[in-house]
Design a protein around this ligand. Sequence first.
Ligand code: NAD
Length: 537
Amino acid sequence: MTATDTRTEATDDHASSTTTGTPIRPGRMETDRLARRVSVAEGRERKDITSPLNGAVIGEIPLGTSEDVAAAVAEARRVQRRWAETPVKERAAVLLRYHDLVLEHQDELLDLIQAENGKARVWAFEEIMDQAVTARYYARLAPRALRPSIRMTAMPGLVSTREHHVPKGVVGVISPWNYPLVLAVSDALAALVAGNAIVIKPDSQTPFTALRAFELLEEAGLPEGLVQVVTGPGTKVGKAIIEATDYVMFTGSTATGKAIASQAAERLIGFSAELGGKNAMIITADADLDRAVEGATVGCFANTGQLCISIERIYVDQAIASTFTNRFAERVASLTLSADQEYGPEVGSLASAAQLEKMREHVTDAEDKGARIVTGGKARPEIGPFFYEPTVLTDVTEDMDVYAEETFGPLVSIYPVSTIDDAVRAANDTEYGLNASVYSSDTKKARAIAVRLMAGTVNINDGYSSAWATIDAPMGGMKASGVGRRHGREGLLKYTESQTIAVRSATAEKIQTPGTDPVGYARRFTKILKAAKHLPR
Ligand code: NAD
């Protein structure tokens, strides 16, 4: 495990510096400017935001209250009325301009993502790609998908019916810290193009990326005030958002998802929840081992393993288990760790002390109960306060925390299996059902395994990115991993109410009314119903 750079805590008021004097980008002036965009009243208590790269303060945000949320929702609602009347094509054009702005300003966004989340730059770039793909996709889909569509009526020719898609109104977005750009903004893009306003609470640790992205959206033509960012604790600001908005898009832990679901149920509002996972990879005996080793490395350790769809369990055919484990361990040990804000390093920091603690707990508990650490297993404070080596375990048993609990860090357990049935059974033996992966040289066989897995996405010969990047296909979790889907038409239409508008013709008036002859009416309709069965649709 190689460290290519080291940083120490900075004392500078304006930027936090490394040992080599390289300041963390952006500096304090930029984060202070962004903090002024938050929709929170003057004089509220403030919270320091520290960078996981070196533990230094990079900015501060105000802690909002339920009054701030109420004011933000009222303002968003006011602006939304005009936005809903703006032609869909014009709304879509804003997303296309945003697409260009994100690509143009990518370095700035990458700096912000790294500064507040600590991930390696290459994984921050995944977030840029996701923005571009999502903005382009929904800009192109929305005019088609939101157009009123003609529906088949009970009495063709006598009634003409159209289905309309009416925006929900104000959508509340509550997002976590692991993908500060994607999870705060991508779902909002679909909601916005559908004609909604947004009130968002980004995670308190990662507010600045979201603030800059929504600023770029305004530069792209989004009306001022349509997106309101309220920072503060989930238990206050998050709760108040569910209290006042018309639909909630939540991404975060399963525990919080359950609390949000019951609060939304009280108000009878819809919600979508993208929750935790304990994702499995199955490697069959005929898999291409080079591809499996590289795929598992990325699948487990991209984003420092803090990815809801990353792999935490590998079930490998026992015929190749030791070869795979050795080659995988060698590749994992070669990964470069660094707090650098440049391309090059493969693994960044964990996002917080809590994440580091969870890693430590899972590894110590497993080791104490007899698991073997094949590679990794140590914190690396000399690189940054929350760095931890990518770690591979074997000999993991059911009594260990890591067996069933989501670690949400750079930790994976390898289990040899003797049959595909055993692999499928073990992969499904979890409360979660978010993502899975199958490695095999026989695509037909891999597909047959995939359909037996209880997971919202299954990637064949890949860890997670193929299904994620297929934005036209729904993405989300089965079982305790979620409710609803993002991406695809579903990811757009969930932000709308379907409204059916039916027009009855004058002829229908004559035929369809019982009037003074209910017997004749029933006879007439019996004939019509019998004939209707023979119509093609
Ligand atoms: P978390 O549930 O603790 O927090 C997520 C967000 O919810 C934060 O903004 C937080 O402030 C807010 N929140 C907390 N309590 C709340 C409450 N009672 N009411 C309203 N809002 C509240 O999750 P986390 O630890 O920040 O994120 C990690 C988890 O998120 C992992 O379990 C991971 O698997 C999951 N995740 C899922 C996806 C997905 O797409 N399925 C994506 C990323 C992360």
